[in-house]
Design a protein around this ligand. Structure first.
Ligand code: EPZ
Length: 425
């Protein structure tokens, strides 16, 4: 398994280009199943989860061609409606093929994604919504089996705003008979990007980005091209890299208007930030202040930036309380940060961080995608050398991270050692 080795202490300086959003690309790729025409997607991040989604579409019979950050998919012919456990266990977002398969082909068999390092990750809201649209949904030997001659529009209320649940139901409703209203829908920019792509292909969707989405089903969708929105979590991660090393970094090709909560919190912590339409300039010259953070569904503070901010708060002056309200066990990075000298206590769903700490480099273990990012950031600030094991988690959501950080002056190298195990989150 690969290791990443960092020698910390260098303030990062320079510019970094942000890639396409993993969490927009995944539902957009899955949605190609909904229609027969060719779909050409650009600004697609070359990360492991996107490669896995391409493999899944290929297993289902679609024609899949990836070239650099471009993906060309034609799902006119589907030879299977089964998403196998072996693949789903490596990427829970595989569940995103459930709605499209059911809507276009009348059936789907998708392995239950199972839990992962950050929580139990149920999909009950996905299934309840599809059942309301007339699907016959059952569980057999760890697989979700869903059938429907043709889905019918329904009034669906989600108990909690679920991102992939909203995406699955919006895709399924695109081809249903009649109108579907999804209430308490998730509002993430990735959902808006998916809706924009579907509308270019003939779908009739209103309200994406709000908590009530109305979809009027159509008979079929055609192909289209689409440029995936920039990744707001990758962007946030590089901002924290600049802040934790007290550096001066500029992010290019990002969307500041998708990052309001994070930018406000970084400013509250004493970081200087200027934004243009597609650029963010950060200057972290002055001392950092400890602040309180509460993760919430969008537009609240993103849970996918929680681990990165816990790392940042370890070097800030004062006490910070970070409350995780979205997932039940997303503090796996804390024990590893404590190994680097951080003073953090976890009490239920709160991490109480006392700073500032002079972090010391140490061997640490990555556990999931965003926890790994938090450990990299701590390594960039720590005195001495940090060795991050199981760093394959990073590759699921960050394209060429070591290279991009070296471009900002970091001393960071990747050491390849054997294949990564297949595990899920
Ligand atoms: C998406 O996961 C993202 N993944 C996650 O990013 C992100 O952390 C999460 O949304 C929250 O923003 C993708 O978009 C591929 P949810 P998702 O359904 O859709 C509960 C990353 O690091 N829930 O919005 O799986 C659930 O337990 C990944 O890029 C149900 O109870 O998350 C959680 O508490 C990690 N029943 C809450 O809702 C359901 O049927 C939010 O989960 C579905 C969800």
């Amino acid at each position: 398994m690969d290791r990443t080795i960092i020698t910390g202490g260098t303030p990062l300086r320079g510019e970094v280009q942000i890639g396409g959003a993993k969490n927009a690309a995944l539902p957009i790729l899955a949605s190609t199943i909904l229609g027969g025409g060719e779909c050409v997607m650009t600004n697609v991040p070359r990360v492991v989860d996107v490669v896995t989604m391409g493999k899944l579409l290929g297993i289902l019979g679609a024609k899949v061609h990836y070239e650099g950050n471009c993906a060309v998919i034609n799902a006119a012919v589907i030879t299977s409606t089964q998403a196998p456990y072996d693949l789903v266990k490596t990427m829970r977002a595989s569940v995103l093929v459930l709605g499209p398969l059911l809507a276009r082909w009348g059936e789907a068999t998708v392995s239950m994604p199972g839990g992962c390092a950050i929580g139990s990750r149920p999909v009950n809201l996905h299934l309840a919504g599809l059942a309301k649209m007339g699907a016959d949904v059952s569980m057999e030997h760890g697989y979700i089996r869903a059938k429907a001659k043709r889905l019918t529009g329904a009034q669906i209320y989600c108990d909690t705003p679920t991102v992939t649940g909203t995406e699955n139901l919006m895709m399924a409703a695109s081809l249903a008979q009649g109108t579907t209203v999804i209430e308490n829908a998730a509002k993430e920019p990735e959902i808006v990007d998916l809706a924009n792509f579907l509308m270019k292909r003939g779908a009739r969707i209103d309200g994406a980005g709000s908590d009530v989405i109305t979809i009027e089903g159509v008979r079929e969708l055609h192909g289209s091209d689409h440029d995936v929105i920039p990744d707001r979590i990758e962007a946030g991660t590089y901002l924290v890299a600049g802040a934790i090393t007290r550096g001066t970094v500029t992010l290019n090709r990002c969307r500041p208007n998708h990052m309001d909560a994070l930018l406000m919190k970084l400013r509250e912590a004493g970081v200087e930030i200027q934004v243009d339409k597609e650029q963010i300039h950060l200057n972290a010259g002055s001392p950092l202040k400890g602040i309180d953070i509460r993760t919430l569904p969008y537009p609240g503070f993103p849970t996918d930036m929680q681990a990165q901010m816990v790392a940042l708060m370890t070097v800030a002056e004062g006490t910070s309380v970070i409350t995780e309200t979205v997932f039940e066990s997303r503090f796996m990075h804390v024990e590893e940060l404590r190994r680097m000298g951080a003073d953090i206590k976890v009490e239920g769903n709160r991490a109480v961080v006392a700073g500032p700490t002079k972090l010391a480099g140490a061997p640490v273990m990555a556990s999931d995608l965003r926890a790994s990012a938090g450990l990299v950031l701590a390594g960039l600030a720590a005195e001495g050398t940090t060795e991050i094991l199981r760093v394959y988690h990073l590759d699921r959501g960050y394209e060429r991270m070591e290279e991009k950080l070296r471009g900002l002056g970091a001393t960071i190298t990747r050491h390849k050692e054997g294949a990564a195990p297949a595990d899920n989150c």
